[in-house]
Unconditional design. Structure first.
Length: 252
């Protein structure tokens, strides 16, 4: 007996037309209803109409939103500087189990804009923000765990003094901030100051770099301002304002 001839002939299934997202069939099979393309489009249109009539507050849908959320003031102050404040809804991406990141702020002149952050940037996954003005310089904010310096609990509240002295802190973060180790010869000036009850270290480094750092709870916050020789010559005063204006909410 020829096995090939005994097989039941099955008609070829017609090739379905390409249709993304919704089915083009209108058949009902074994109790499963496949919606028609027309019905699906009508459903989408109804959804858009509904969303247009029920407005949601912006802060109600942000949650822990990855990426950029505008945080800069719309109006400049009397000196011509805007203030960037980290939005409450912004996600940090700094590891599972982290508590909410306290808000930080700093001033920027006109012409500066937030730019996308990449894990390939210096600072890696710990970089929280980047600001840039092509004719003035770059700003970055790193939010890093204090665990690289000390063994503390999840909800510990650590001051910068407990993290270490200024030279230890700047050398500890040097490679990820500037791509190379730092030593004492790279530091031109060091300041230790207090703002709103919080301790801050501030440095001026060779190659036109300014750094400001503080710590609260279980994180270290570091702002870096970098520029080339031409940018520094024209904008050193405003770059120092950015550095000196850096603040972190120590009460959060």
């Amino acid at each position: 007996m020829n096995l090939a001839s005994s097989r039941t002939s099955v008609p070829a299934r017609p090739r379905a037309s390409r249709c993304h997202v919704v089915r083009c069939s209108a058949q009902q099979l074994d109790g499963e209803i496949a919606v028609t393309r027309r019905d699906a489009l009508l459903s989408v249109a109804a959804g858009f109409a509904l969303s247009g009539t029920v407005a949601q507050p912006a802060n109600a849908i942000q949650g822990l939103t990855a990426g950029r959320i505008p945080g800069r003031t719309k109006e400049a102050d009397a000196e011509g500087f805007y203030t960037y404040t980290r939005p409450e809804g912004k996600s940090g991406g700094h590891g599972v189990g982290w508590s909410e990141i306290p808000q930080y702020s700093f001033k920027v002149p006109a012409g500066w804009d937030e730019i996308p952050v990449s894990i390939a940037d210096l600072g890696g996954t710990e970089i929280d923000l980047r600001y840039q003005a092509k004719d003035q310089g770059d700003v970055a904010v790193v939010v890093a765990p204090v665990l690289r310096f000390m063994d503390v609990g999840f909800n510990a509240k650590v001051t910068l003094k407990e993290v270490g002295p200024p030279q230890r802190v700047i050398e500890g973060f040097g490679p990820e901030l500037f791509g190379k180790p730092l030593d004492e010869d790279d530091v031109i000036k060091t300041e230790v100051v207090t703002h709103d009850g919080g301790l801050y270290y501030k440095w001026e480094l060779k190659n036109h770099a300014l750094v400001s750092a503080t710590a609260t709870k279980n994180r270290v916050f570091i702002l870096t301002v970098t520029s080339n020789a031409r940018q520094w010559k024209k904008n050193s005063d405003s770059l120092r304002v950015i550095q000196q204006s850096f603040r972190v909410n120590q009460e959060a």
